[in-house]
Write a protein that binds this ligand. Structure first.
Ligand SMILES: *[C@@H]1O[C@H](CO)[C@@H](O)[C@H](O)[C@H]1NC(C)=O
Length: 332
């Protein structure tokens, strides 16, 4: 009994110590059973190759990722409580994945066609990173900070169209990823364009780009060839962002070199929602890839094996998505 409690406290401590806003939630947080369980071989033998999605999908700007078995997770977990391990072989059927994160312009087209209101707009607020608003605004919102990650402020009037509050706009970043979108919003968008969110296994296989058990989409070395490969944090988190990679916040959805599958920003830029639930008994959804706020010292989660979660209705400055589609015969 005491051991269980101690273990729980250890896990909890680790979670809060390793929090880069990964645990943002409109409601209370919980951690569940090991989701790796669903990736054992027998669970995956019966793959539905080429299942039909309802519409013919426009596969422009999507990468075709061929059926393969890859080694998922890591046996050298950085965040044990995130269940990054153990490694297991997972077979993924052929599918398409958006080459880049869904951009503001793409999301705007969807809203113009459907009149869709995001959850941040309906709730009237979203989580914003403190650096993006003035000291005055920060002071005004001091009671609206996330307890375990006080650099996150829940602010009124923040949405995908107004990422830093009612007076801000997205005019100069239409090619950046849409942010302040919840999992529920992402599902609506993907379904509107005849697609769906990728499963976590699909996402991770895509991230690895055919490389075996490497840390990043491009290999093991963060600054391979002395260059920046992803939009992450340089400097001391959360105070000083030197933006050596060129960006304080999001970067265009096509920026930094693509991986071997032609996919951009699988690591860094914004976290990406996946279809998967974190555990069977919660509405927490798995997100992958880390964001422009991640730094090795604090949130080394821009690794392919890294994973985190939020509730399905959470939205934030550093959380977006891309869509996947089944490979249909008429698309091949
Ligand atoms: C994965 O498959 C490879 C090749 O068949 C094998 O060598 C390896 O032991 C497997 N790993 C696991 C964790 O099952």
């Amino acid at each position: 009994m005491y051991l269980t409690i101690l273990f729980y406290i250890l896990i909890k401590t680790q979670v809060s110590n390793s929090n880069c806003g990964c645990q943002l939630s409109r409601e209370t947080d919980s951690c569940g059973d090991n989701p790796a369980a669903k990736y054992f071989k027998d669970v995956n033998e019966d793959f539905n190759d080429g299942a039909q999605t309802p519409h013919k999908v426009n596969i422009e700007d999507m990468a075709l990722i061929k059926r393969n078995t890859f080694t998922m997770g890591t046996d050298k977990p950085v965040f044990v409580s995130d269940y990054e391990g153990p490694v297991r072989n997972v077979t993924v059927a052929t599918f398409y994945l958006d080459a880049h994160e869904v951009s503001n312009i793409q999301f705007m087209e969807f809203v113009e066609q459907t009149g869709y209101k995001t959850e941040a707009e309906v709730f009237g607020d979203s989580f914003i990173f403190e650096m993006f608003i003035s000291k005055e605004e920060q002071e005004k919102h001091k009671d609206y900070r996330a307890v375990q990650a006080p650099w996150w402020i829940k602010m009124m009037g923040v949405s995908w169209k107004h990422p830093e509050g009612p007076l801000s706009d997205i005019k100069n970043r239409m090619d950046h990823p849409v942010i302040h979108v919840s999992w529920n919003d992402a599902v609506k968008y993907c379904s509107h364009v005849g697609k769906r969110l990728p499963t976590e296994a699909e996402w991770e296989m895509a991230c690895r780009g055919g490389l075996h058990q490497k840390l990043y989409p491009w290999g093991n070395k963060l600054m391979a060839k002395g260059q920046h490969w992803a939009n992450i944090w340089q400097g001391d988190f959360p105070q000083i962002n030197t933006a050596e990679d060129g960006y304080i916040s999001t970067s265009p959805v096509v920026s930094f070199p693509p991986n071997k599958f032609g996919l951009y920003n699988m690591a860094g830029n914004v976290w990406e929602w996946t279809q998967d639930s974190w555990a069977s008994d919660t509405d927490l959804k798995v997100k992958k890839g880390g964001s422009f706020l991640c730094h090795e010292s604090y949130c080394w989660r821009y690794r392919c094996a890294a994973r985190s979660h939020n509730t399905a209705d959470t939205s934030a400055s550093n959380l977006g998505f891309r869509c996947a589609a089944d490979a249909m015969k008429n698309n091949l």
